[in-house]
Write a protein that binds this ligand. Structure first.
Ligand SMILES: [Zn+2]
Ligand SMILES: [Zn+2]
Length: 373
């Protein structure tokens, strides 16, 4: 179990964003591999601090953690994945840009995010599922190892920008002369151009490729929720982190159940005589059937609640309930004999048989309200 991020950063639970940032900066400086090369634990400690910072610096994540702890974050699809950063130095750079220094250095561009959608059924949403997603993302070209030159050929300094990767343009404006710095359009900021561009990626050093990935969808996920996989998006420029992969999860409509948060609702047809007599009926559940005891005199719209037969909640604290709405079916197309029996029954009915124990408004409240037993 990971440690409490507040404890890792040494801040109180009511710490402000500024205090959290300050605490992390302090720790990061202390643990940075340039400073702390002799401590073999420094890297792990730094990762732990970075993880804590990632959680507490994001309002949504922090709120999720405060309510549900690490389990809530994990089952919500948040998984810190610092492997994408390569080395501890890159990781530090990704957080601060430029070795913990002060500044607005315009470094290599991080990779873009990729979005992909998957559809699962309700049972998969209830049990959790591993599904394969296929998507296209930019990756490093293996043929040229990302440098854009055909293997064995030279790489020359870019003539257009003289190797700086930047171009300056001066223009006259009503406010005076403006000098703008733009990325060189020939070398795209690299400062170097291959004499013979790689034939696989045409000199870009990166190329789009099909990716396949098994992803785990946690039990209890709802339609429209997204899972983020850090570092699985487009690869960044050399030295910059990759983008993230966002998986949009669609849960297909189910023919038997309607979902209401963690609860499931189903309708159960019960023939009118059985509703009057009461008895045991089988109700479909997510993974089979359950026997339900109907009281004699069960009325249309009455709700029987099966505790714990609903969806698991993402926080895994408890399962939701299955609410069974009784649909009393009045028999149609009667035979002569059935008709006779019903006529006999009808003739014997008294006020006492038809009196309701409950007003129609109480019934409506029950139907609309929460989990009537
Ligand atoms: Zn290449
Ligand atoms: Zn250039």
């Amino acid at each position: 179990m990971p440690r409490d991020p507040y404890e890792v950063l040494g801040v109180g639970r009511d710490a402000s964003g500024q205090q959290i940032k300050k605490a992390f900066r302090g720790l990061a400086r202390e643990l940075h591999p340039d400073v702390n090369a002799h401590d073999p634990q420094a890297e792990e400690k730094f990762k732990e601090a970075a993880e804590a910072y990632e959680i507490l610096s994001d309002d949504d994540r922090r709120a999720t953690y405060d309510r549900y702890g690490h389990d809530g974050l994990r089952s919500g699809g948040y998984a810190p994945n610092f492997d994408a950063f390569g080395s501890i130095g890159d990781l530090f750079e990704a957080f601060f840009g430029g070795g913990g220094g002060s500044g607005a250095r315009s470094g290599p561009m991080a990779g873009g995010d990729v979005a992909v959608a998957v559809e699962i059924d309700l049972l998969q949403a209830a049990e959790g599922a591993t599904v394969e997603v296929a998507y296209e993302a930019v990756e490093r070209c293996e043929h040229c190892h990302g440098n854009g030159a055909e293997p064995g050929t030279a790489i020359a300094t870019c003539e257009r920008c003289g190797g700086s990767g930047q171009l300056q343009t001066a223009s006259r404006t009503p406010f005076g002369q403006m000098v703008r710095t733009v990325v060189c359009d020939i070398c795209h900021g690299d400062g170097r151009v291959p004499e013979q561009p790689c034939r696989e990626c045409r000199g870009r050093g990166r190329r789009a490729a099909q990716h396949k990935l098994d992803i785990y969808i946690p039990a209890g996920i709802a339609n429209g929720q997204r899972i983020r996989l850090s570092g699985r998006g487009h690869v960044g420029e050399p030295g910059a982190p990759s983008g993230d992969l966002y998986v949009l999860v669609r849960v297909a409509d189910d023919t038997r159940f309607v979902r209401d948060g963690d609860d499931l609702i189903t309708a159960l047809d019960v023939a009118a005589p059985l509703a009057a007599l009461g008895g045991t009926v089988a109700v479909p559940t997510l993974d089979g059937t359950a026997d339900v005891e109907l009281e004699p005199g069960t009325q249309p719209g009455e709700i029987v609640t099966l505790r714990g037969e609903g969806m698991p909640s993402l926080s895994r604290a408890r399962r939701g309930n299955l609410r069974v709405v009784v649909n009393v079916v009045i028999p149609r197309r009667l035979s002569g004999e059935q008709r006779e029996l019903l006529e006999q029954l009808h003739a014997t009915l008294t006020e006492e048989n038809l009196r309701s124990d409950e007003s129609i408004f109480a019934k409506l409240r029950r139907a609309l309200g929460s989990q009537a037993a």
